[in-house]
Design a protein around this ligand. Structure first.
Ligand code: ADP
Ligand code: MG
Length: 700
């Protein structure tokens, strides 16, 4: 198959627009997409009509504003292209007004107190910079219009609006930096993002037997399988037949949507895989990542599989994350993060690097918060993903340059990549990168981009990129304020680079971020260690962060307060669902099974004893005692969990509830799990009520 035959088939792309729109309308659209502004009503009507014709040719009968509320997933409401006529017939129609804007009932989405239920109006508005596409589902093809979602009073109720605002902010400020170095051609600086998406696949029939997977997306119980990931034989291993055919289908579906699905491989844990697209403009990358997650689930269904995007579907093996690769580039193709051959002499790069160091150091708390979601609490700091402490990995070459600047105010030399001779005459001589990789760093420089490696696999990548854009905009803005009025640009620029690097060198760490020593060292350096999602929420409403977001028009204090509230609510509700699911499974599945099992065992002991009174029944009696003891413990834990959940839910303030779920309910859940998992290892597999870890991870 030639990918180019299907790539972008379902996207109302630049090429389609050029072909189908009247020239003048096309020009108006292109102009607005690159420079901003508002579409005229006439152009909107022409555009909508062309879109509708194109969609109908692809079998669509409906369109939908497609948006990203603060639930982490996407929302859509389909409407038919239908306009009835007085004579009882109808025509198909999409007006410019319908394309650009729609009213939506905001009261059923999280708003964090931004609107009370009687002020329910919300609006979705087309983001002209994100392409319109056709989404296929069982309901038939639907024309999807990517939109922002705002309240009646104009506050953002979604992920997209602040992201777009932050892109404008970083564009404006980064352009000032580029101009300082004499670049007059660039009109825009664009954040580029390439997210690597990890996921698990399990068999659908087995999935349906587990209430925990159905309700929470992860296993809440489960003893380890005899084999896990200890042999390192899964990572990049050959791809099994069923998985291979899934991946092949997934790629085709993604390509049709214009998503550049490229890298695919098996990941570290059994049943775990990864897909990475080729990077693109941040807002499009965010849309694409949401669509990728949806498509992964949909295609899995068609293959009798279920795609688990949860950060920690299985205890004891690695969970899933998302690596958010990020760079800034001009519309003329210059990458601001490209160090060139001799970074020590590249003043613009060093200035940008010092800004990154400063931004990440000053706002580590915000990055930590942006990477947190309920599931990611299981991963960050658990030796499979970066720790909860933010630091930057620069690699040998740049670390050396930075040290020289910190020590002497200037870097005279720089290390270069060496030649690598593998010792086989027929093999080519390799040119090593000047920088090795560091798997343990949360924020790693990888050649010409930074890889923010903490993001959760199920989470939207909108907020990490909103934060990255905004904190960089701030650093660039301050630097530009100083240097634009300088009389000795080179001297002042060098001094500023040295000052920023000195002030923020504590954020650089090239060692093993998983180690206990780093936790201690980071504490000595005064770097924040926010161990959980709940602990990371208060930073959103701290003065320095409110000032930051307000200064660049990204989020207002009210919007930040509402977001904090939504995060607390989300945490509390999610853990509550997990606790309820555990109580359900313990009460309805595990405990009755174990009672049956010990009853049968006791009956069998009695039978044997009456048949052969002199037989030694130590094995059965020991098993019976062990099971009964664990059963008693499980019952006690169940009662305790039930009481605790009720108590916590009755608390008053949402941050208190979330805190108590984290501090009290989560440990109580763990306690219940321990007894049940121990029982799983003792009780006959034939009667065990749910598929085991081995069944789920190895029998796909
Ligand atoms: P690895 O797993 O080896 O780190 P992958 O190929 O899985 O690499 O993913 C790397 C990601 O980084 C891809 O999405 C790629 O397109 C993206 N990327 C590469 N260059 C840039 C860049 N300049 N800006 C943003 N993302 C980039
Ligand atoms: Mg990868």
């Amino acid at each position: 198959m030639d990918i180019s035959d299907i790539f972008g088939k379902h996207v109302f792309s630049e090429a389609v627009m050029q072909r189908r729109l009247p020239k003048q309308v096309y020009q108006e659209v292109t102009e607005i997409r690159s420079k901003g502004g508002h579409l005229s009503m006439a152009a909107a009507d022409a555009l909508a009509s062309a879109m509708k014709d194109w969609a109908i040719e692809h079998g669509a009968t409906h369109f939908s504003h497609w948006f990203q509320p603060l639930t982490g997933s996407t929302a859509e409401k389909h409407e038919a292209f239908l306009s009835p006529l007085p004579d009882g017939s109808a025509i198909s129609k999409l007006s410019g007004k319908q394309l650009i804007m729609s009213e939506s009932d905001a009261s059923s989405f999280p708003s964090g107190g931004l609107r009370s239920t009687h002020y329910a109006r919300g609006y979705t508005a087309w983001d002209i910079t994100s392409p319109v596409f056709i989404k296929e589902s069982a309901a038939g093809p639907v024309l999807c219009i990517p939109t922002s979602f705002v309240s009646y009073t104009g506050e953002a109720l979604d992920q997209k609006t602040p992201l777009l605002r932050s892109m404008e902010a970083v564009n404006k400020q980064a352009l000032r930096i580029v101009r300082l170095f004499g670049n007059k051609d660039a009109q825009r600086v664009i954040p580029y993002v390439g997210p690597e998406q990890e996921y698990f696949l399990v068999d659908r029939q087995k999935y349906l037997k587990r209430r925990d997977l159905i309700y929470t997306g992860r296993t809440l119980f489960g003893a380890p399988a005899p084999k896990g990931q200890e042999l390192d034989d899964q990572y990049l291993g050959s791809i099994r037949e069923r998985i291979g055919s899934y991946m092949s289908n997934l790629n085709q579906e993604l390509w049709k949507l214009g998503i550049t699905a490229s890298a695919q491989h098996n990941e570290v844990a059994p049943g775990q895989h990864e897909m990475a697209p080729i990077y693109t403009v941040a807002n499009v990358a965010v849309d694409h990542n949401q669509l990728t997650m949806e498509t992964m689930k949909r295609v899995a269904y068609q293959h009798g599989l279920v795609c688990l995007l949860h950060e920690k579907p299985f205890a004891g093996v690695n969970g899933s994350g998302k690596h958010n690769n990020y760079s800034l580039g001009t519309d003329t193709g210059m990458n601001l993060f490209d160090p060139g051959e001799t970074p020590n002499e590249n003043l613009q790069f060093l200035l940008v690097l010092s800004c990154v160091m400063r931004a990440v150091d000053e706002h580590a708390d915000l990055l930590r918060n942006a990477a947190s979601d309920v599931g990611n609490d299981h991963r960050l700091g658990a030796n499979e993903a970066p720790p909860a402490i933010i630091s930057i990995f620069l690699g040998e070459q740049l670390e050396n340059v930075v040290s020289q600047i910190v020590d002497h105010g200037d870097a005279a030399t720089c290390l270069h990549g060496e030649r690598l001779d593998v010792g086989v005459s027929t093999m080519p001589v390799l040119h090593k990168d000047a920088t090795d990789r560091n798997r343990t760093s949360p924020f790693a420089f990888t050649g010409n981009k930074f890889e923010f490696r903490m993001v959760g696999s199920a989470d939207s990548i909108a907020s990490p990129n909103t934060v990255l854009n905004t904190i960089l905009a701030e650093a660039f803005s301050d630097v530009a304020d100083l240097l634009e009025s300088s009389n000795d640009f080179e001297g002042d620029c060098k001094a500023l680079i040295a000052r920023q690097m000195k002030e923020h060198v504590r954020i650089i760490f090239n060692g093993n971020s998983y180690s206990e020593e780093w936790v201690e060292e980071a504490a000595r350096r005064g770097l924040p260690n926010l161990p959980s999602m709940v602990a990371s929420i208060p930073c959103l409403t701290q003065k320095k962060n409110v000032q930051l977001f307000e200064k660049f028009g990204v989020l207002s204090q009210v919007e930040l307060e509402s977001r904090a509230e939504i995060l607390y609510e989300t945490y509390a509700k999610s853990i509550n669902i997990e606790a309820m699911t555990m109580l359900h499974m313990a009460g309805k599945h595990y405990i009755p099974t174990v009672i049956g099992f010990v009853g049968n065992l006791a009956a069998s002991i009695n039978e044997i004893r009456s048949a052969c009174p002199d037989l030694d029944l130590t094995a059965q009696e020991d098993l019976l005692r062990q099971c009964q003891a664990l059963l008693n413990r499980a019952m006690a834990s169940q009662t305790r969990l039930q009481a605790l959940t009720a108590k916590v839910n009755a608390m008053e303030r949402v941050e208190m509830i979330a805190g108590a779920f984290h501090d009290e309910v989560v440990p109580a859940m763990e306690e219940l799990r321990q007894s049940i998992d121990a029982l799983e290892l003792l009780v006959d597999k034939d009667v065990w009520p749910v598929p085991t870890y081995g069944d789920l991870m190895f029998e796909v």
